[in-house]
Ligand binder design. Structure first.
Ligand code: ADP
Length: 354
């Protein structure tokens, strides 16, 4: 049971620009928050400052209202799981897990019970005598997680813990970690550059860019109502179409749509699932490049007359074929002028007519 408060935290490495730039974030008790952003956006640095592995240049960090900004890692109530599991290869699983408790001089019986309980929690019951090199990558990451959890931290910190695992295993471990986190109700900060990971696990997502937070919201809000073009483009697939608004209508050579904003250049952001394809009217049209049938739906790749490539998700791909001219009808969209959002929430279900 713990809250985490990050207040105006910055980190400037010697002579460099800010790796983390005045980030503030309040994480509620039991919440799982993902830091999501491209490589170099400051995610790990922020996480490491919470764990005590880096000192902030400015700002403060508090856990349950207690300032921990200047405490070394071992004096913080945090447990960190790194990308590379860093287990002790000369020790078996039991000793890897018992190590921290032995340092704390816990009684033998208690250590045995806690190792058993945590192995059960991560799905490795009976693995205590295995050497760590006898374990698969996924099992090693489970042991690394168990090694953090056994010390009962108030805050769990995960730094791309599944990055070295294959896709299938990553998806499974993602679900397991979320299950464990919900069961223990442990406040968790999780770094990832994978949007699927963030969308599927997080209570809230913090989208980071250049050391700053671009948007902090629930996954569905970040997906449906991105506040900046960067967030719109970073999460999910997004079509960006450049055009002009004149007297309340967005105009592009290939289509037009009502848009009640001031005249001027506008970038329309439309999800593939919100972009309907309609019969071409002969004048305004896009051209189909490629059609992919995914069984449950189809994805139509199109070119606009200005060379822009876009995608439309359709329920049935059969009516479409390469070279075909089609009309475009965006059902839901956002509109940006430079980085300013002028209009819209990208909130649409695939249409029934597909
Ligand atoms: P992310 O986790 O989003 O990939 P990082 O937090 O690792 O980003 O890095 C943010 C920025 O800080 C990058 O420009 C990186 O080069 C820089 N950086 C990270 N660690 C150090 C360090 N120990 N010394 C100097 N620069 C660093």
């Amino acid at each position: 049971m713990a809250t985490l408060s990050i207040h105006a935290v910055s980190k400037i490495f010697a002579g460099d620009t800010a790796a983390v730039d005045a980030v503030s974030l309040e994480i509620a008790d039991g919440e799982l928050v993902c830091l999501l952003g491209p490589s170099g956006s400051g995610k790990s640095t922020l996480l490491r400052m919470v764990g005590g592995f880096e000192q902030p240049t400015a700002g403060s960090i508090a856990i349950d209202g207690q300032d921990v900004t200047r405490l070394p890692p071992e004096q913080r109530p945090t447990g960190m799981v790194f990308q590379s599991h860093a287990l002790w290869s000369h020790m078996n699983v039991f000793n890897n897990l018992a190590f921290g408790l032995k340092l704390r001089r816990r009684p033998k019986g208690e250590i045995r019970d806690r190792v058993e309980a945590v192995l059960d929690l991560v799905g490795l019951k009976g693995y205590d005598r295995r050497m760590t090199h006898e374990l698969s990558g996924g099992q090693q990451q489970r042991v690394a997680l168990a090694r953090s959890l056994i010390l009962e931290p108030k805050i769990l910190l995960l730094d791309e813990p599944f990055a070295s695992l294959d896709q299938h295993l990553r998806e499974r471990l993602r679900e397991e970690v979320r299950d464990i986190q919900l069961r223990l109700k442990i406040t968790t900060l999780f770094v990832t550059h994978g949007q699927d990971e963030a969308l599927s696990m997080a209570d809230r997502i913090v989208v980071m860019r250049n050391g700053r937070t671009e948007q902090t919201d629930r996954p569905e809000v970040v997906y449906r109502n991105p506040l900046t073009p960067f967030v719109a483009g970073f999460i999910g697939t997004m079509n960006f179409i450049e055009g002009r608004v004149e007297t309340g209508r967005f105009r592009h050579a290939d289509f037009a749509v009502d848009l009640p904003v001031a005249d001027g250049p506008v970038t329309l952001a439309v999800r593939p699932e919100a972009l309907d394809l309609v019969p071409a009217d002969g004048v305004r049209q896009a051209t189909v490049n490629r059609v992919t049938d995914f069984g449950t739906h189809g994805l139509v790749d199109l070119s606009l007359s200005d060379g822009t490539r876009i995608k439309s998700l359709v329920r049935r791909p059969e009516p479409f074929h390469p070279g075909q001219g089609v009309g475009l009808k965006p059902r839901a969209f956002a509109a940006f002028r430079d980085t300013v959002k002028l209009y819209g929430a990208i909130d649409a279900e695939p249409a029934d007519q597909h």
